[in-house]
Design a protein around this ligand. Sequence first.
Ligand code: NAD
Length: 370
Amino acid sequence: MTGIKLAVIGYGGMGSYHVETILKNETAIEVVGIYDILTDRKEAAAEKGWYCFSDLEELLADEAVEAVLIATPNDSHKDLAVTALRAGKHVVCEKPVTLNVAELDEILSVAEETGNIFMVHQNRRWDPDFLIIRELYKKQQIGELFQIESRVHGGNGIPGDWRHLKKHGGGMVLDWGVHLFDQLLWLIDSPIKACYSDLSYILGDEVDDGFMVHLIFENGVRALIEVGTTNYVNLPRWYVKGTAGTAKIEDWDLSGEVIRATGKEQQTPKPIQAGVGLTKTMAPPSKEATEALTMPEVLETFPSFYQNFYEVVRQGAEPIVKNEEVRYVLELIESILSKGEQSSVDNCQEKLLRDIDAAEMKRETSKALV
Ligand code: NAD
């Protein structure tokens, strides 16, 4: 098999990770060169032995380059993708695909017009922890999952430079949110009925440093998606409840527990001491009422992202990450960001101040009447 000849645009954290880690053993792709606007990043690539294009024009004019990977800050994806597609290249684009749906639509119409492939690197569909939850959801080892909590917590604030700035598409909704929403919307084949979001601005940046989003799907499933960058103690990566059990995955190391109800009659629980009181409700279930299952082992049933990209380009296969799915996730993100939780907090404060003013006025008036 001759791999697709791919050039990388942006040799920062993720661009270098693609070529040095993800693509290391990937026969579907042959990396032919790198382009970065910064000289020191070009030098870093050259030190690793990569050919460096002097500018974008040289890269796009090179007929040997069949495809490009865009791994630059989020606000540059749209223009780079459109230019590359128009230059006759297939495009793999890092997440979040663009800052809004209008930008994505522009790319998709150019892809359609030129007939070139455009695919977004939503790599966390391949995460083993997510695949375990997918297995539990589909195979129902703990019954039907009706509550899914998906979290990532860190204590280092927002990393880097451009991720702090709105104009570059910074903030955690666009950075991590896009992964977690993509996983859930791919998993749950039911439209979103309601969404409540609460964005946090604890660090004082102009973009969100974390969020909590509650989604209710038409099939009744509830999901809580949470990202935090000011958490020094982490909650589990996943906590899910099914009609016959509960599962928890602590971290990407896949440690955790899967507990299933045996269906054997539960003995009346004995009250336990809880704080300064007694409780039967919160006592652990009797031994015979539950059993611990081993964490499901997930065997990959679909090709890697780049293998799939190869099959889409060369053999007309179906993409695993479909552009309409990417668009749906972006619609959700756009709606979350446009609600501008900060302004709704401000509105609450304004309302509170108005209420206080009104109460103050009432008091003044009644004083005057006395
Ligand atoms: P980064 O700041 O580390 O690297 C970006 C690189 O792009 C820099 O070297 C910069 O000089 C270069 N660059 C900027 N504008 C350019 C342009 N117009 N042309 C060529 N090069 C340009 O950022 P990063 O963390 O590598 O993030 C890059 C992209 O990858 C973002 O979209 C981010 O969301 C995504 N990403 C994805 C994952 C994932 O798991 N899929 C993980 C991290 C980052």
